[in-house]
Design a protein around this ligand. Sequence first.
Ligand code: ATP
Ligand code: MG
Length: 339
Amino acid sequence: MTQQTEHSHLILTGDRPTGQLHLGHYVGSLRQRVELQTQHPQYILIADLQGLTDNGSQPEKITRNVLEVMADYLAVGIDPQLSTICLQSALPALAELTMLYMNIVTVSRVERNPTVKNEIQQKGFSRSLPAGFLVYPISQAADITAFGADLVPVGDDQLPMIEQTNEIVHKMNSLLPQPVLRHCKALLSPVSRLPGIDGNAKMSKSLGNTLTLSASEEEIHKAVGAMYTDPGHLRVSDPGQIEGNVVFTYLDAFHPDSSKVAAMKAHYQQGGLGDRQCKNELETCLQELLAPVRQRRAELIVDKEMLMTLLKAGSEKAHEKTQQTLVAVKRGLGLPVMF
Ligand code: ATP
Ligand code: MG
């Protein structure tokens, strides 16, 4: 068990239960969490309320995926004895802090957030933009600060959220007699943005270009077979390009032997290494990575009661922790704390 001292780090990460987790989550965040959980206290938030911000009219999509995400966590090796896994909607302090923070952030500031801007465009919201979606970075700031987290392992699309969180920390602390909120830092993994299997810049549930952690052998085979390589590499003997070649991006992200990948790249650039061979190499390593995860996940997902019990226990612990921050902020603002 990790011991928390005054100077030790505290980690918060999380995922929206908008679908099953995928390879982007694995290299962008999950792999790191499995390592970090033995070094620091770690909270992992299943962000169902945030999932609703762009799925308001289909709540069942979110609720059905909560335990799917829970199963994904356990299948990749997140240990509920070491990491506290909790559910956002079970923690009222997060919603209350969001309300308080909304008053110190301007609309123009949220509109400037480049990730939100991009997502609004991608989702085609236009004038039907849900208010909750626009302010989700504020609710993320509430999540991070409520736990007192100072390290946040995320993909690079989340960097603007961390910046915005620190602005809120600064502003809110300046309104309190003494600082309550902790500044935080993003912890980027070496692969902070895995492209989709279609070559799109980001593998994402909303873009439908994912390989989930429970993908079948056949799905993996098909996805790798259809992957984009170098369109100019017509004959095996032609020199090929590495840049923008999704197969090599994936080999870099997933192959356990980086010197072998370096040798393959040199060979490919020189000419004489075929796309088929590169794809075979990638397929083998993805099949090896995902086979045990798929197997463990299949065993876990049938025991919904066990998954819910674990989630409830983690949420109880998180409730206590987040209430403490809320009470300290309310007291600092002079709001009565009645219960
Ligand atoms: P949605 O499309 O519903 O937003 P998503 O696939 O983007 O889903 P999230 O739950 O929003 O997944 O992201 C959870 C975490 O995983 C975030 O820290 C995010 O940066 C990281 N992440 C998601 N996709 C990738 C990716 N392709 N590469 C690296 N990290 C990723
Ligand atoms: Mg996302």
